[in-house]
Design a protein around this ligand. Sequence first.
Ligand code: GLA
Length: 361
Amino acid sequence: MLLSMTTALAAHGSVTKTAFGTAPDGTAVDLYTLKSEGIEASIMTYGARVVSIKTPDRDGKVANVVLGYSALDGYVADKSTYFGAIVGRYGNRIAFGKFSIDGHQYQVPTNNNANSLHGGTVGFDRLVWQGKAITDGVEMTLVSKDGDQGYPGTLTVHVRYTVHHGALRIDYVESTDKPTVVNLTNHSYFNLAGDGTSTILNDEVMLPADKYTPVDAGLIPTGVLAPVEGTPFDFRKATAIGARIHDDNEQLKIAGGYDHNWVLRGNNGEVKTAARVYDSNSGRVLTVTTTEPGVQFYTGNFLDGTKYGAVQEGHAKNTGLCLETQHFPDSPNHPAFPTTELKPGEMRHSTTTFTFSTHAK
Ligand code: GLA
């Protein structure tokens, strides 16, 4: 009797809230720790960021499999990696920070050379969200005002993180009071070795995509959906990241590695596999599923081990990989891409799940 009660409690997991410092504007930041069988994920209200994900390796040894900092000041000082954040209002790039909706032109900040990246100079990653414990997780809410970073419409965003049997699921719900563009994603850097220091170059990656969106020198899609066949972008069969990353390939040179959007098979809005990653040393496997039409596979090319402020926890190049499920970069300027426009009265819902498992030797 006692045994079965304990089991039931363990199976249900738990959600706890602790203080995680104070944001530069004086707002208290909370950390929610979600536990379920085979996973423990910590999410903070600053940027609705994933701070840690702890999962077992094939021998049952538990370690944190995402890059981050031990304290809030690291995240505040670091303005370039977006570790663990929900990026928005528009994740990834908009060419020259310009787009138009219904004949109205908009200009958003150009914070990445000539282009806009991840929502502008003060994107959603740098705001304190409203946290609320829910069954198996936390709901983070943000209201971005009409004109925030130049984007039209008051946008209300609810992001729910929940854990279940080794999986972290993220549900996004968005609504607006004026036509706007939205492209939210999570910017976690996975290091399946669980040490945050070894490179991801030996990880084997599978991306079920026949096409990707090649970019210009500013990492803006040219508009072409190019076949991956015969290129280092063909990950339809699991391949080590490092096997072709230094190939003599124009696209790899532009980005200093992989930093591209793959066009996922299947319909926009239907749950489909976006990626699988296997680290043969630890035996950890990460499977990503999503309703989004694309995934930005980024190999941490811009990580340079920099020390951020007082924090001496900079991570070196290629020590983490991102799988940013998303609409394609610069969609507002490519009418042929799946639309990122959101209209008043619409409620957009998307979901992405990161499932962790292990593979025997
Ligand atoms: C995304 C971009 C990269 C880089 C990182 C953040 O993945 O595509 O080019 O800007 O975010 O450093």
